[in-house]
Design a protein around this ligand. Structure first.
Ligand SMILES: *Cc1c(COP(=O)(O)O)cnc(C)c1O
Length: 373
C-alpha cells in the first residue's frame, strides 16, 4: 500500500518557466527581477509597504528582531506552543524569552496569559498564527498600544489568513512592526526554502535590507559600519515564489475545501476538530486534530496506528518550556503551560498538503475511523 504523505507541494503554474528564465539569463544569485517582483507583490498582498526576502523563515524572525534594535535584556513574550525558530530568534538577539500558554481551541497564544506576563522589561510580543488560525489581533493590538510594546508577527503558517479588527478583515502579515513569513516546501506558498520580513517603516526596512546582506558599505563596499549576515534569497527561489503567488487564491480555496471535507467525515468521533473563531479566516496550513480524553491512547500511538494504515501524520509541537535543550540551559524552570503540555500529548495533523486528492482525503478519514472505532 502506498503511503499518503503528510504534505506535498503543488507546482502547477509558471514555476518552471520563470526558473528557466533565470537560468537562460544567468540571473541565478540574489539580484534579479524576480526578487524585486516577489518582494513587492507579497508586500502588496499583505498590505505592507516593504518586503525583504531572505533564505528562510527562521532567519526572517531573527532579522526582524535584530532590525528593531531592542536593548539586550529586554523581554519578549511568545507562545511556548510553537517552533524553535521563534525562541532562537529571541535568544540570538540577546533578549529574554517569556513563554505563555495557548488557547485550548485555537492553539494560539493565550492573551490573558500575555497580559499577566507583561512587566516593565517587556519590549515586544511575538504572536504566532498557529496552523493558520490568527491570534486575536483585535485584543492584542490595544494591549501593545497601552504598554508601548513592539509586535513581531510570525505569519509563517498564515499566508492569506485574516483577522477581523475594528470591523475590517485584515491579512496576517499586516500586524507587526515587522512581520515574517516562511516559504518552506510545506507552507501555503513555497519557494522551496525561503522567507520574508515585511514592514511599513522605511528605517526598519533599510536595516533589514542591510543586515541580510552583510551590511556592505554604501560608498566603500568593504568598509562596514554595522553587523549583518548573509541571509539572501536567490532569484531562482523568488521566481518560484512569483509563480506560486499567481495561484494563491486557488490554493487557499482548496485548503478550505479540504478542511470542510475532513470536518464532515470526522464529525462525531472522539476528536477535537479545528476550531475557527467568528473573527478569523484560517489558511488551514495544517488540518490539526486532538484526541479527546475518552481516547485510551496518546498522539504517538494514534500516529503509529494511522501509519500502519498508510497515513503519514506529524505530531504537535513540543512546548518550548519542555525542550531538553533549553531546560539544560537553565531556562523555563518555573514555566508551566498546562494546555501546551496537554495538546502536545494528544494532537497531530493529518495530510494537508496542496497536492492531496479527494480520494486521499477519504482514505485518511477511513483510516481515522478504523483507528477510533
Ligand atoms: C515554518 C515555520 C518557521 C520557520 O520557517 P523556515 O522557513 O522553515 O525556517 C517559523 N515559524 C513558524 C510558526 C513556522 O511554522
Amino acid at each position: 500500500m502506498s503511503m499518503i504523505p503528510v504534505n506535498e507541494p503543488l507546482l502547477p503554474g509558471r514555476e518552471l518557466e520563470y526558473i528557466a528564465d533565470c537560468i537562460a539569463t544567468g540571473w541565478i544569485s540574489s539580484a534579479g527581477k524576480y526578487i524585486d517582483r516577489f518582494e513587492k507583490k507579497w508586500a502588496v498582498y499583505c498590505g505592507r509597504k516593504f518586503g525583504v526576502a531572505v533564505c528562510n523563515g527562521t532567519v526572517a524572525l531573527e532579522l526582524a528582531l535584530s532590525s528593531l534594535d531592542i536593548p539586550a535584556g529586554g523581554e519578549v513574550i511568545l507562545p511556548s506552543f510553537t517552533i524553535v525558530s521563534c525562541l532562537e530568534a529571541v535568544l540570538r538577539n540577546n533578549l529574554i524569552p517569556v513563554l505563555v500558554d495557548c488557547d485550548p481551541r485555537t492553539y494560539c497564544m493565550d492573551l490573558a496569559d500575555v497580559y499577566r506576563k507583561i512587566t516593565p522589561k517587556t519590549a515586544a510580543i511575538m504572536p504566532v498564527h498557529i496552523y493558520g488560525h490568527p491570534v486575536n489581533m483585535a485584543e492584542l493590538i490595544p494591549l501593545t498600544l497601552e504598554h508601548h510594546l513592539i509586535i513581531v508577527e510570525d505569519a509563517a503558517e498564515a499566508h492569506g489568513s485574516e483577522c477581523l479588527v475594528d470591523g475590517v478583515w485584515r491579512r496576517c502579515g499586516s500586524f507587526g512592526n515587522v512581520s515574517t513569513f516562511s516559504f518552506y516546501a510545506n507552507k501555503n506558498i513555497t519557494t522551496g526554502e525561503g522567507g520574508m520580513a515585511l514592514t511599513d517603516d522605511p528605517v526598519i526596512a533599510a536595516k533589514l535590507q542591510a543586515r541580510r546582506n552583510l551590511c556592505f558599505g554604501a560608498k566603500e563596499r568593504f568598509r562596514h559600519e554595522d553587523r549583518g549576515c548573509n541571509y539572501r534569497m536567490t532569484n531562482l527561489q523568488a521566481a518560484m515564489g512569483c509563480a506560486q503567488l499567481e495561484r494563491i487564491d486557488q490554493f487557499l480555496s482548496r485548503k478550505v475545501d479540504m478542511a470542510s471535507k475532513y470536518n464532515l467525515a470526522l464529525h462525531g468521533l472522539p476528536l477535537q476538530l479545528p476550531h475557527v473563531e467568528p473573527w478569523a479566516k484560517t489558511s488551514v496550513w495544517m488540518y490539526a486534530i486532538m484526541l479527546e480524553d475518552s481516547a485510551t491512547f496518546d498522539a504517538v500511538e494514534f500516529s503509529r496506528r494511522l501509519m500502519d494504515r498508510g497515513v503519514q501524520t506529524r505530531p504537535f509541537f513540543m512546548g518550548m518550556h519542555e525542550q531538553p535543550v533549553y531546560r539544560n540551559m537553565g531556562l523555563f524552570k518555573d514555566t508551566h503551560c498546562p494546555v501546551t503540555e496537554h495538546i502536545y500529548r494528544r494532537g497531530l495533523y493529518l495530510p494537508s498538503g496542496q497536492a492531496i486528492t479527494n480520494e486521499q482525503i477519504e482514505q485518511v478519514c477511513d483510516a481515522v475511523h478504523q483507528v477510533l472505532r
